[in-house]
Design a binder for this molecule. Structure first.
Ligand SMILES: N[C@@H](CCC[C@H](N)C(=O)O)C(=O)O
Length: 290
């Protein structure tokens, strides 16, 4: 890898935090080992994941989307693994583009491995992403933490989620040190697991254990999965009634509003913040790349 100066930024969306690496021409090599070190909270910059910002036309996985979206979110989990989609990541990605003067507030499109996502940057405020439709594969699954088990519902938001309703979020235990268990046969590529407790009408709170990142303080795709699972449990289905349904989802890092439209489209609204920017020390990078 070239150890010339590489710029980075740090940002978060409801405290789901990311290292951002702007790289319009896809010139920076980011193997999993380097991503994991950059995301390391003690030996690196620290983050739940990394947003590699590349022009769609320059990236082999995004070239086909270049006509619809100029920028590609090459998202990585904290352990360096690749995921199809990151909901908080898309909002922070859009905030970075605005911060860098590459887009204005208003509407834009972002290419992701989960397809092109429409984004709206509100004047001086939150960012809304059209996340696509949820798939609810019929098979349920059992989630186990610390010897306690719950039935969970499969929800696919481009990436896989298992949603378990619990009486008390504390029952999910120490998710950082004790990862929840789900059968590998059901999720050969791993799964994100959400624990959900009711707070009021169309209002829930959740904790999440993310595939590739561990317990995080927020997960956008997870909040969408939770809102859809809660709606179906509550007998609400916009496709049947023709009326949008909105859930407030409280996470340890903040609140997301999730609306499901009658056509199935799910819209997620929440904050996105750029916190810092700087240069990666080439000497440090050399120790990582060998
Ligand atoms: N935090 C993200 C989800 C990131 C990907 C996930 N860990 C996976 O592997 O599927 C979000 O905000 O959606």
């Amino acid at each position: 890898m070239s150890t010339s100066q590489i710029a980075f930024l740090k940002g978060h969306g409801t405290e789901n935090d990311f290292v951002i690496v702007p790289d319009p021409d896809d010139a920076v090599e980011l193997p999993a080992s380097v991503v994991a070190r950059l995301c390391d909270r003690r030996a690196g910059i620290g983050g739940d994941g990394l947003l590699h910002v590349v022009r769609s036309a320059a990236h082999p996985e995004a070239r086909a989307m270049a006509g619809e979206a100029e920028w590609f979110m090459d998202y990585r989990n904290a352990d360096g693994s690749i995921a199809e989609m990151c909901g908080n990541g898309v909002r922070v990605f859009a905030r970075y583009l605005q911060h860098a003067g590459l887009v204005d507030e208003g509407d834009l499109a972002v290419a992701t491995r989960g397809g092109v996502k429409k984004v709206h940057i509100a004047k001086g405020g939150d960012i809304t992403v059209s996340m696509g439709r949820a798939l609810l594969p019929g098979a349920g699954v059992t989630v186990t933490v610390d010897g306690r088990s719950w039935d969970a519902r499969n929800v696919n938001m481009g990436n896989p989620h298992a949603v378990a309703f619990v009486d008390d979020l504390a029952h999910a235990g120490e998710l950082r040190s004790v990862p929840p268990f789900t059968p590998a046969a059901v999720y050969p590529d791993g799964v994100n697991i959400e624990f959900v407790a009711d707070r009021g009408p169309r209002h829930v709170a959740m904790r999440v254990h993310e595939r590739g990142s561990g317990e995080t303080r927020s997960c956008g795709t997870g909040a969408c999965a939770v809102a859809v699972a809660a709606a179906r449990r509550d007998g609400a289905d916009p496709a049947q009634t023709g009326t949008p349904v909105t859930y407030r989802v409280d996470l340890p890092g903040g609140t997301l509003l999730i609306t499901e439209q009658p056509d199935g489209e799910i819209e997620m609204t929440g904050a996105a913040v750029i916190v810092a920017e700087g240069m990666i020390d080439p000497a440090w990078l050399e120790t990582v790349t060998g």
